[in-house]
Design a protein around this ligand. Structure first.
Ligand code: PAP
Length: 316
């Protein structure tokens, strides 16, 4: 049997493109895979983005809790503006660098006041590509990670909701195959997570690594830790933490009108239905969909990739 890397090479044509799903191809930059529509924005971010030391970047692999963390970071930094979450989808408050800020075709987002001390941006760009920009600017980075099987499961559901009716569905077995080969947008998942994990171990004052599962398990403790990391700790008696956790919870956020179906936005030529960002929001939902064989395959790969990294996801 071919190893995953060898299989990836086999799936890559001579132009460096890789087949993702249906007739969709991905293209590589420094070994990571991108949707062609994202590439101009990614290249502009790499060439032009110059964060200020006070800025905060939320980095993530797709479908690992980005929307939730955008809401949380916005609320921690602007605790008196929690009502903004009622009026705006978190992606409009914390724009993606490569898909919004450096992509002129995208819809406008909510601009922070020009005198805002801290601006928050989101990105799915791997640390291996953007790390130098972060390091030279001194900005702070928060990375949210999620266990690989739920990440894949969430991506698979999202892609099948997002595809247009004429397109064939993305089969689950094929999705497992592509996930393991790393040929998915911003993949490989494993290299992505490892890049930020290593950076957080090397520079914990600048890169904060948190998992979706930790946040689900004990959101108050992790919101407090995030606030401390961002230099805006809450006083012990402050009930703001509780308020933030509630305002950003799946139950509350997903029920705001602005986050329901009718509200879609164009991001780098893709139309994203707001509701597609809010699905189950549980830990372990993959068990309802993945076969035992796929679970075993991903567990083995996860164990191999994350061995000795301090990331304990192998058997979750
Ligand atoms: P993105 O990469 O497209 O921005 P992202 O927000 O990272 O997506 O991930 C979406 C997942 O977060 C969904 O998981 P699921 O498919 O397993 O259900 C979504 O339901 C979940 N999610 C969205 N908002 C919240 C929230 N407030 N709390 C917890 N999970 C959430």
């Amino acid at each position: 049997m071919l190893g995953d890397y060898a299989e990836q090479m086999e799936n890559q044509d001579s132009s460096g493109e890789g087949k993702w799903w249906g007739n969709k191809q991905l293209q590589q930059i420094n070994g990571f895979w991108f949707m062609p529509l994202a590439i101009p924005g990614v290249q502009r971010v790499l060439a032009e983005f110059n964060p200020r030391p006070n800025d905060v970047i939320l980095a993530s692999f797709p479908k690992t809790g980005t929307t939730w963390l955008k809401a949380l970071l916005y609320s921690i930094i602007n605790p008196s503006s929690l009502d903004s979450l009622v009026k705006h989808n978190p992606h409009d408050l914390v724009p993606f660098l490569e898909l919004r800020v450096f992509n002129e075709g995208s819809e406008p987002y909510v601009m922070p006041p020009p005198d805002a001390k801290t601006k928050i941006f989101g990105t799915h760009i791997p640390y291996q590509l953007l790390g130098k920009t972060f390091e030279s600017s001194g900005c702070r980075v928060v990375y949210v990670s999620r266990n690989p099987k739920d990440t894949l499961n969430s991506l698979w559901h999202f892609v099948n909701k997002w595809k247009v009716a004429e397109e064939e569905a993305w089969g689950l077995e094929e999705a497992v195959e592509k996930f393991c080969q790393g040929i998915i947008p911003y993949g490989s998942y494993y290299e992505h997570v490892l890049g930020y994990k290593m950076a957080s171990l090397k520079n914990p004052n600048k890169v904060f690594f948190v998992t979706y599962e930790e946040l689900k398990n004990d959101p108050k403790t992790h919101v407090k830790k995030l606030a401390e990391f961002l230099g805006s700790p809450f006083a012990e008696e402050d009930n703001k933490v509780e308020e933030i956790v509630k305002s950003c919870s799946f139950e509350v956020l997903s029920n705001h009108e602005v986050n329901k179906s009718e509200h879609s936005r164009t991001v780098a030529t893709m139309t994203i239905d707001s509701k597609a960002l809010f699905r189950e929001a549980t830990v372990g939902d993959h068990k309802k969909y993945l076969s035992d064989e796929s679970i075993k395959r991903i567990d083995t790969l996860t164990n191999e990739k994350f061995h000795n990294s301090g990331i304990a996801y192998a058997f979750n």
